[in-house]
Design a protein around this ligand. Structure first.
Ligand SMILES: [Zn+2]
Length: 251
Protein backbone atom coordinates (compact mmCIF):
# COMPACT_ATOMS: atom_id res chain seq x y z
CA UNK A 1 0.00 0.00 0.00
CA UNK A 2 1.12 3.54 -0.72
CA UNK A 3 2.13 5.46 2.40
CA UNK A 4 -0.15 8.29 1.28
CA UNK A 5 -3.13 5.92 1.21
CA UNK A 6 -2.28 4.50 4.64
CA UNK A 7 -2.18 8.00 6.14
CA UNK A 8 -5.50 8.87 4.47
CA UNK A 9 -7.15 5.69 5.77
CA UNK A 10 -5.98 6.35 9.33
CA UNK A 11 -6.88 10.05 9.19
CA UNK A 12 -10.37 9.20 7.92
CA UNK A 13 -10.87 6.65 10.67
CA UNK A 14 -9.36 8.64 13.55
CA UNK A 15 -10.37 12.21 12.59
CA UNK A 16 -7.51 14.04 14.33
CA UNK A 17 -8.94 17.44 13.33
CA UNK A 18 -11.62 16.97 15.98
CA UNK A 19 -9.13 17.02 18.86
CA UNK A 20 -7.10 19.65 20.65
CA UNK A 21 -3.98 17.58 21.17
CA UNK A 22 -0.47 18.01 22.63
CA UNK A 23 1.35 16.71 19.58
CA UNK A 24 0.86 16.53 15.81
CA UNK A 25 -1.30 13.56 14.75
CA UNK A 26 -0.80 11.60 11.54
CA UNK A 27 2.48 11.27 9.65
CA UNK A 28 5.25 12.66 11.86
CA UNK A 29 8.24 11.28 9.94
CA UNK A 30 8.08 10.35 6.26
CA UNK A 31 9.80 7.18 5.06
CA UNK A 32 9.57 5.11 1.89
CA UNK A 33 6.46 5.51 -0.29
CA UNK A 34 5.34 1.87 -0.12
CA UNK A 35 4.23 0.18 3.14
CA UNK A 36 4.05 -3.61 3.32
CA UNK A 37 5.24 -4.23 6.87
CA UNK A 38 3.88 -2.22 9.79
CA UNK A 39 5.10 -2.32 13.38
CA UNK A 40 2.85 -1.01 16.13
CA UNK A 41 3.93 -0.05 19.63
CA UNK A 42 2.92 2.22 22.50
CA UNK A 43 5.85 4.66 22.29
CA UNK A 44 8.33 5.48 19.51
CA UNK A 45 11.30 4.84 21.81
CA UNK A 46 14.70 3.81 20.46
CA UNK A 47 14.21 0.15 21.43
CA UNK A 48 11.00 -0.02 19.38
CA UNK A 49 12.71 1.61 16.39
CA UNK A 50 15.59 -0.92 16.67
CA UNK A 51 13.17 -3.85 16.62
CA UNK A 52 11.27 -2.35 13.69
CA UNK A 53 14.55 -2.04 11.76
CA UNK A 54 15.44 -5.68 12.56
CA UNK A 55 12.04 -6.87 11.31
CA UNK A 56 12.32 -4.83 8.12
CA UNK A 57 9.31 -2.59 8.85
CA UNK A 58 8.34 0.13 6.38
CA UNK A 59 6.38 2.12 8.93
CA UNK A 60 5.70 2.32 12.67
CA UNK A 61 2.36 3.27 14.19
CA UNK A 62 2.39 4.45 17.82
CA UNK A 63 0.31 6.23 20.44
CA UNK A 64 3.21 8.31 21.80
CA UNK A 65 5.36 9.90 19.12
CA UNK A 66 7.56 12.99 19.00
CA UNK A 67 7.21 16.79 19.02
CA UNK A 68 5.21 17.25 22.25
CA UNK A 69 4.08 20.69 23.31
CA UNK A 70 6.65 22.16 25.73
CA UNK A 71 9.45 19.81 24.65
CA UNK A 72 12.61 21.53 23.37
CA UNK A 73 12.76 22.01 19.61
CA UNK A 74 16.43 21.17 19.07
CA UNK A 75 17.25 17.82 17.49
CA UNK A 76 19.83 16.65 20.03
CA UNK A 77 20.48 13.59 22.23
CA UNK A 78 17.66 11.05 22.40
CA UNK A 79 15.61 12.90 19.77
CA UNK A 80 18.54 12.97 17.34
CA UNK A 81 19.19 9.23 17.75
CA UNK A 82 15.54 8.28 17.26
CA UNK A 83 15.12 10.48 14.19
CA UNK A 84 18.46 9.43 12.72
CA UNK A 85 17.53 5.74 12.87
CA UNK A 86 14.13 6.34 11.25
CA UNK A 87 15.57 8.52 8.48
CA UNK A 88 18.59 6.29 7.84
CA UNK A 89 16.32 3.27 7.40
CA UNK A 90 13.61 5.23 5.55
CA UNK A 91 10.91 4.16 8.03
CA UNK A 92 7.77 6.28 8.47
CA UNK A 93 6.41 7.21 11.87
CA UNK A 94 2.64 7.49 12.20
CA UNK A 95 1.28 8.86 15.44
CA UNK A 96 -2.23 9.15 16.83
CA UNK A 97 -2.54 10.35 20.41
CA UNK A 98 -5.95 11.51 21.69
CA UNK A 99 -7.79 10.23 18.59
CA UNK A 100 -6.51 6.75 19.41
CA UNK A 101 -7.70 7.04 23.02
CA UNK A 102 -11.16 8.07 21.92
CA UNK A 103 -11.91 5.84 18.90
CA UNK A 104 -15.26 4.14 19.59
CA UNK A 105 -14.38 0.66 18.30
CA UNK A 106 -10.60 0.25 18.34
CA UNK A 107 -9.49 2.96 20.78
CA UNK A 108 -7.49 2.49 23.96
CA UNK A 109 -10.48 3.09 26.22
CA UNK A 110 -12.89 0.66 24.56
CA UNK A 111 -10.26 -2.05 24.13
CA UNK A 112 -9.36 -1.75 27.82
CA UNK A 113 -13.04 -2.03 28.76
CA UNK A 114 -13.33 -5.20 26.70
CA UNK A 115 -10.31 -6.70 28.45
CA UNK A 116 -11.62 -5.82 31.90
CA UNK A 117 -15.22 -6.89 31.25
CA UNK A 118 -16.80 -3.45 31.57
CA UNK A 119 -19.92 -2.47 29.62
CA UNK A 120 -19.74 1.18 28.58
CA UNK A 121 -22.76 3.28 29.53
CA UNK A 122 -21.55 6.80 28.68
CA UNK A 123 -18.72 9.30 28.43
CA UNK A 124 -16.67 10.38 31.44
CA UNK A 125 -16.93 14.01 30.37
CA UNK A 126 -20.20 14.65 28.51
CA UNK A 127 -19.16 18.26 27.81
CA UNK A 128 -16.35 17.09 25.49
CA UNK A 129 -17.10 16.91 21.78
CA UNK A 130 -14.96 13.78 21.51
CA UNK A 131 -14.84 12.33 25.06
CA UNK A 132 -11.71 10.38 26.00
CA UNK A 133 -12.67 8.36 29.12
CA UNK A 134 -15.88 6.46 29.78
CA UNK A 135 -18.17 5.27 32.51
CA UNK A 136 -19.67 1.80 32.66
CA UNK A 137 -20.59 -1.23 34.73
CA UNK A 138 -19.18 -4.62 35.58
CA UNK A 139 -21.42 -7.59 34.83
CA UNK A 140 -21.39 -8.45 38.52
CA UNK A 141 -20.45 -6.71 41.74
CA UNK A 142 -16.93 -7.51 42.95
CA UNK A 143 -14.89 -6.68 46.02
CA UNK A 144 -12.14 -4.13 45.35
CA UNK A 145 -9.46 -6.79 45.86
CA UNK A 146 -11.13 -9.26 43.48
CA UNK A 147 -11.40 -6.56 40.84
CA UNK A 148 -7.73 -5.60 41.33
CA UNK A 149 -6.75 -9.27 41.01
CA UNK A 150 -8.72 -9.49 37.77
CA UNK A 151 -6.92 -6.41 36.40
CA UNK A 152 -3.56 -7.90 37.34
CA UNK A 153 -4.37 -11.13 35.51
CA UNK A 154 -5.61 -9.39 32.37
CA UNK A 155 -2.87 -6.74 32.08
CA UNK A 156 0.03 -8.77 33.47
CA UNK A 157 0.96 -6.02 35.89
CA UNK A 158 0.16 -5.48 39.58
CA UNK A 159 -1.97 -2.32 39.88
CA UNK A 160 -1.58 0.21 42.66
CA UNK A 161 -4.89 0.26 44.51
CA UNK A 162 -6.10 3.09 46.75
CA UNK A 163 -9.20 2.22 48.73
CA UNK A 164 -11.81 4.93 49.06
CA UNK A 165 -13.88 3.01 51.63
CA UNK A 166 -15.40 -0.42 52.14
CA UNK A 167 -17.92 -0.36 49.29
CA UNK A 168 -17.75 -3.04 46.57
CA UNK A 169 -17.28 -2.30 42.88
CA UNK A 170 -19.99 -2.27 40.24
CA UNK A 171 -19.91 1.13 38.51
CA UNK A 172 -16.60 2.11 36.92
CA UNK A 173 -15.05 5.13 35.27
CA UNK A 174 -11.79 4.83 33.37
CA UNK A 175 -9.41 6.73 31.17
CA UNK A 176 -6.20 5.15 29.91
CA UNK A 177 -2.77 6.76 30.28
CA UNK A 178 -1.91 9.68 32.52
CA UNK A 179 -5.45 10.78 33.33
CA UNK A 180 -5.37 10.61 37.13
CA UNK A 181 -6.68 14.20 37.38
CA UNK A 182 -9.93 13.08 35.73
CA UNK A 183 -10.75 11.47 39.09
CA UNK A 184 -12.78 14.66 39.63
CA UNK A 185 -15.03 13.70 36.72
CA UNK A 186 -15.39 10.19 38.15
CA UNK A 187 -16.41 11.66 41.51
CA UNK A 188 -19.00 13.85 39.76
CA UNK A 189 -20.32 10.75 37.98
CA UNK A 190 -20.70 9.00 41.35
CA UNK A 191 -19.01 5.73 40.40
CA UNK A 192 -17.50 3.16 42.77
CA UNK A 193 -14.03 3.11 41.24
CA UNK A 194 -11.90 5.13 38.86
CA UNK A 195 -9.12 3.53 36.80
CA UNK A 196 -6.33 5.27 34.96
CA UNK A 197 -2.70 4.53 34.17
CA UNK A 198 -0.65 6.74 36.47
CA UNK A 199 -1.05 8.21 39.93
CA UNK A 200 -0.03 11.43 41.69
CA UNK A 201 0.58 11.95 45.38
CA UNK A 202 -2.61 14.00 45.58
CA UNK A 203 -4.73 11.28 43.91
CA UNK A 204 -4.39 9.20 47.09
CA UNK A 205 -5.92 11.91 49.27
CA UNK A 206 -8.66 12.67 46.76
CA UNK A 207 -9.68 9.00 46.62
CA UNK A 208 -9.68 8.57 50.39
CA UNK A 209 -11.49 11.82 51.19
CA UNK A 210 -14.03 11.67 48.35
CA UNK A 211 -14.82 7.99 48.99
CA UNK A 212 -13.95 6.62 45.57
CA UNK A 213 -11.56 3.73 44.93
CA UNK A 214 -8.66 4.53 42.64
CA UNK A 215 -6.69 2.01 40.60
CA UNK A 216 -3.47 2.98 38.87
CA UNK A 217 -3.23 0.18 36.31
CA UNK A 218 -0.19 1.42 34.36
CA UNK A 219 0.11 4.06 31.64
CA UNK A 220 1.84 1.64 29.27
CA UNK A 221 -0.29 -1.35 30.31
CA UNK A 222 -3.59 0.46 29.66
CA UNK A 223 -2.54 1.89 26.28
CA UNK A 224 -1.50 -1.23 24.36
CA UNK A 225 -4.96 -1.95 22.97
CA UNK A 226 -5.50 0.82 20.43
CA UNK A 227 -2.44 0.38 18.21
CA UNK A 228 -2.85 -3.41 18.28
CA UNK A 229 -6.48 -3.18 17.22
CA UNK A 230 -5.60 -0.81 14.39
CA UNK A 231 -2.67 -2.98 13.27
CA UNK A 232 -4.89 -6.06 13.17
CA UNK A 233 -7.59 -4.13 11.33
CA UNK A 234 -5.11 -2.92 8.69
CA UNK A 235 -3.75 -6.43 8.24
CA UNK A 236 -7.24 -7.85 7.80
CA UNK A 237 -8.53 -5.24 5.39
CA UNK A 238 -5.45 -4.11 3.45
CA UNK A 239 -2.29 -5.69 2.12
CA UNK A 240 -0.23 -4.96 5.20
CA UNK A 241 1.68 -7.33 7.45
CA UNK A 242 1.41 -6.23 11.07
CA UNK A 243 3.43 -6.95 14.16
CA UNK A 244 2.89 -5.43 17.62
CA UNK A 245 6.11 -5.04 19.57
CA UNK A 246 5.80 -4.58 23.31
CA UNK A 247 8.70 -2.69 24.85
CA UNK A 248 8.12 -3.33 28.56
CA UNK A 249 7.57 -0.29 30.76
CA UNK A 250 6.62 -0.60 34.46
CA UNK A 251 4.88 2.81 34.54
ZN1 LIG B 1 -0.45 7.99 26.93
Amino acid sequence: MKLKNLVNILDDELQPEQFRDYCPNGLQVEGRPEVLKLVTGVTACEALIDEAIDWGADAILVHHGFFWKNERDEVVGMKKRRLQKLLTHDISLLVYHLPLDAHEIMGNNVTLAKLLGITTTGPLDPRERRPIGNIGELTRTLSLSDFAEHIEKVLGRTPLVISGGDHPVKSVAWCTGGAQSYIQLAIAAGVDVYISGEISESTVHTAREEGIHYISAGHHATERGGVQAFGAWLQENYKIEHRFIDIANPV
